[in-house]
Structures are given as C-alpha cells and as structure tokens.
Ligand binder design. Structure first.
Ligand code: FAD
Length: 238
C-alpha cells in the first residue's frame, strides 16, 4: 500500500496501491517489524536465524563484552525451546536489565518469553500467549484446541459481557501450549493467568486445579480459562 487517501468529512474513501485504487471505509496498516542490525553486523556481531542478534542467556553476543537486548536481539522462546523474534517493550525491559547488570560485572540471566501480547481492537481486548494452532503445527507438535465463549462475570450479572477463550494443548500430555482471549473485559488478565501456566509448564488438569478468585461481579465459579480447559480435556487426555 502506498498511500491512504482522505475523503470527505475526514473519512477515508479509498487507498492507492501498486495494484490500483481500492474503495475503503476503513484502513488498517500492518507494517510489521524488522530488527535494525546493520551497525551490529558491520561490527562482526553474529545474527541468528530470525535475523536479529544472536544472544545467550546472559544477553551476550559472540563478541566479548558486547551485549544486546530488546528489538535488535533474539528472544529465547520457552515453549519452542529456541530463539524467536517477538519484539515487545516488556521483553526489552527485562533483557535490558540483564544486559546492563552483566555489562557492569554481574551474572544475571534472561528466563525467556512465552509470547504474550495484548491490544485493543475498538472496544475489545485481544490477548495471546504461547503458540497459536499455526505455530504449533509449524513446530511439529501434535495438539488439540478448543474455543469456548463464556462471560467475564457470573452470567446472571447485568453487566456480564462475552469472553471467548481459545486453548491449544499438547495432544499426548495435555500440557498447555498456547492461548488466546477476546472480550470487552477481562481478556488481558485471563491470558496473564495462562502465561503464568505456560511459564510453569502446567497441564490442562493442573489449570483446572488453580485456586482463582471468584465473586459474581468478577467471575464465574469456574473461571473461563478453567471452563475451556475442562472442554478441551474431554477430547485430549491429560
Ligand atoms: C506504535 C508502537 C506501539 C507499541 N506498543 C507496545 C505495547 O503496547 N506493548 C509492548 O510490550 N510493546 C509495544 N511496542 C514495542 C516496544 O515499543 C518496543 O519493543 C520497545 O520500545 C523496544 O525497546 P528497545 O530499547 O529495544 O528499542 P527502542 O525503544 O526503539 O530504543 C532504541 C533507541 O536507540 C536509539 N538509536 C537507534 N539507533 C541509534 C544509533 N545508531 N545511535 C544512537 N542511538 C540510536 C533510538 O533512537 C531509540 O531511542 C510498541 C511499538 C510501537 C512502534
């Protein structure tokens, strides 16, 4: 896409692309992200398979006393058990702290990511952690998945809104591999619970056992992530 055109009353009406002009009511620009590693590569810093700077758990590069962190560096993915490129501010802060400590003579390590992110789409919160179905497939893992719509509060509360949770789990063991959630309220913290479960390597059965907070204005007695785990366990042994 080259240019979005502003139409009448400040509203977009069409976009010019290399393939021609397309009428549009709404334009979403997804530019993607690439690590800016030209300076590092020119200095002899080794890049990884992702194209970002290869680092060890101490954030050290292949060059002595040269550390890298954040958007220019790779991020060890705990579920994939290999470096990935998921450039986010949360990770940049953690890696930066590790790199800074070690550059100053300390011995800190970066524990890795599980791939957690959240964003707003109009009035919806959209969150993810771990592997999507596609990522599990690409990783060659046999998995089962479920999508379950429940509510952010007890269903009988007047302000309850829909909350949809998707879980992806390893078929053979029931170990959680990834999750996504969408809803007007509560998607972010449900995915944070699931990110914690991923960090700890929990199975669906262990997820059901978690002692999560409940009172009608906040939840159902079975949290939506636990309800989804129960549904998935009907198909996948855990
Ligand atoms: C629009 C947008 C929204 C985002 N929202 C989120 C979010 O909601 N949650 C989240 O977790 N992450 C978010 N991110 C990602 C997050 O901002 C980045 O992952 C994070 O800032 C990376 O930190 P960093 O220190 O590696 O790089 P940066 O923050 O980019 O800092 C790099 C610094 O280096 C400077 N620099 C570059 N080249 C040179 C040079 N040659 N010499 C000297 N200085 C140089 C730059 O000017 C810059 O100040 C968002 C990013 C964007 C662009």
């Amino acid at each position: 896409m080259h240019e979005a055109c502003e139409g009448r009353d400040g509203r977009v009406e069409h976009v010019h692309t290399s393939g021609g002009t397309i009428a549009a009511d709404l334009v979403l620009l997804s530019a993607g992200v690439r690590p800016n590693v030209g300076l590092a590569a020119a200095a002899g810093v080794q890049l990884g398979a992702t194209g970002a700077i290869a680092v060890d758990e101490w954030q050290q590069t292949n060059l002595p006393r040269v550390y890298a962190a954040g958007d220019c560096a790779e991020h060890f993915h705990r579920i994939l058990q290999k470096p990935a490129y998921v450039p986010l501010g949360t990770t940049a802060n953690k890696q930066g702290r590790v790199a800074g400590r070690n550059a100053a003579g300390g011995r800190a390590t970066f524990a890795g990511i599980v791939g957690t992110a959240v964003l707003n789409v109009f009035d919806l919160g959209v969150a993810r952690t771990g592997l999507s179905e596609r990522e599990a497939r690409l990783a060659g893992v046999a998995y089962e998945a479920v999508v379950l719509e429940s509510a952010d509060q007890a269903g009988y509360m007047p302000d309850a809104t829909a909350l949809t949770v998707k879980l992806v789990a390893e078929k053979e063991t029931g170990r959680l591999l990834g999750a996504q959630a969408v809803g007007r309220h509560g998607a972010d913290k449900r995915v944070d619970v699931l990110a914690t479960a991923l960090y700890a390597g929990l199975t669906l059965a262990q997820l059901e056992d978690l002692d999560l907070a409940y009172a009608p204005p906040f939840n159902s007695v079975w949290d939506p992530v636990q309800a989804a785990a129960t549904h998935l366990r009907r198909n996948a042994p855990a």
